[in-house]
Design a protein around this ligand. Structure first.
Ligand code: CU
Length: 137
């Protein structure tokens, strides 16, 4: 009965983030200042991580904070996964183990800072499967 708790948490976080900048169409019911919305958060930023032996190739090393559509693709000949950790936190995000040719994606909420990314399979990070992601406000 409580099996969907984790998913609900992630979804409500996303809903909050997305609901905030969405203007009520037609009726600007209190708009005293016309501050320019600096982030069009209508769609999440995209970050693709391509995994090969033994490298992580990021579609971008710098990305804006907020909801990010994170995708990992195993383009190698072995299984890989993807871990993500903010430099100031112990919390890790982990993709499932990916078979060659498979991909995985999820919306993750990234806050500003430096994130470490790596593959957690034995020796893979040491052999080069790691990268740094800069998330900017
Ligand atoms: Cu790996």
């Amino acid at each position: 009965m409580a099996s969907s708790t984790a998913r609900v948490g992630a979804l409500s976080l996303l809903t909050l983030t997305l609901a905030f900048p969405t203007a009520v169409s037609g009726d600007t019911h209190s708009a005293p200042r016309s501050g320019q919305p600096q982030a069009s958060a209508a769609s999440a930023a995209q970050l693709r991580v391509t995994e090969v032996e033994y490298r992580l190739l990021l579609s971008s090393g710098v990305i804006k904070a907020g909801p990010v559509d994170l995708e990992a693709i195993d383009r190698g000949m072995n299984q890989h996964d993807l871990r993500l950790q903010h430099a100031g936190s112990n919390a890790q995000m982990a993709s499932p183990l990916l078979a060659p040719g498979k991909h995985w994606s999820d919306i993750v909420d990234l806050r500003p800072g430096v994130y470490k990314m790596w593959c957690s399979l034995p020796e893979h990070a040491r052999l080069g499967m790691h990268a740094t992601l800069h998330v900017v406000p």
